[in-house]
Design a protein around this ligand. Structure first.
Ligand code: AP5
Length: 211
């Protein structure tokens, strides 16, 4: 099962990926989480990526494609995966096709989670994340069991650097200009989901489509 989750920043890709991981027992591959780990570890890639990320811009296609080439070779990808945040440009989508053609793979489902921009800005202001695992919460819509602590580890939650309103607005512009054209690119294979519904309803609707 190879699933691509497409949608605006804060549309719920990370939230829904966790459900799909559990259901299908396949890993979530989040380029955002991978990049944040590089930034935290101050790797060469992390140092190059940080400025783009802090400004809500995309990291260059060539860096992302190199990172993904390495990731796809790991054993946990053998039975499939959920792509969250990659590809994000037409160049990346073409690069993915090239990587897949070497191993005879293809995407089984492309799920587009649709949410309007104003709802996104409101959501992002309440997002809290557990940086070590990528688990995501919302102070109102999906609160942790104990205030500001991760449910599984009890470690503190943080606010992401790029969740400031100004940066979120820029990320949305970047999404509309550079990532939305992918919906057309994958038009033969797209499942549209209304991401403005409650988290559990979105989950139910996605699973229904994948039956
Ligand atoms: P990345 O980490 O991928 O960020 P993103 O795509 O902007 O998506 P988010 O993680 O912000 O949101 P999400 O859709 O996962 O929503 P979530 O489930 O958390 O990328 C960050 C940066 O890295 C980019 O800006 C770029 O610089 C770089 N980058 C990454 N990949 C790249 C690539 N391929 N190429 C180039 N650069 C790349 O939900 C959001 C909030 O809403 C949470 O609080 C959640 O609890 C809540 N929520 C979720 N669903 C609902 C619901 N149905 N109702 C109410 N609240 C909800």
């Amino acid at each position: 099962m190879r699933i691509l989750l497409l949608g605006p920043p804060g549309g719920g890709k990370g939230t829904q990926s966790k459900f799909l991981m559990e259901k299908f027992n396949i890993p979530q591959i989040s380029t955002g989480d991978m990049l944040r780990e590089h930034v935290q570890n101050k790797t060469e890639l992390g140092i190059k990526a940080k400025e783009f990320m802090d400004n809500g811009e995309l990291v260059t296609d060539s860096l992302i494609l190199k990172m993904m080439d390495v990731r796809f070779k790991q054993h946990d990808c053998n039975n499939g995966f959920i792509l969250d945040g990659f590809p994000r440009t037409i160049v990346q989508a073409e690069g993915l096709e090239e990587l897949f053609s070497k191993t005879n793979q293809k995407l089984d489902h492309v799920i587009v989670i649709n949410v309007n921009d104003d709802d996104i800005v409101e959501r992002m202001s309440g997002r809290r994340v557990h940086p070590q695992s990528g688990r995501t919460y919302h102070i109102i819509y999906n609160p942790p069991k104990h205030e500001n602590l991760d449910d599984e580890t009890n470690e503190p939650l943080i606010i992401r650097d790029d969740d400031r309103e100004e940066t979120v607005r820029n990320r949305l512009t970047v999404y509309h200009n550079q990532t939305k054209p992918l919906i057309e690119f994958y038009s033969n294979n797209v499942i549209n989901i209304d991401g403005s519904k409650k988290i559990q309803t979105v989950k139910h609707n996605i699973l229904n489509e994948l039956k």
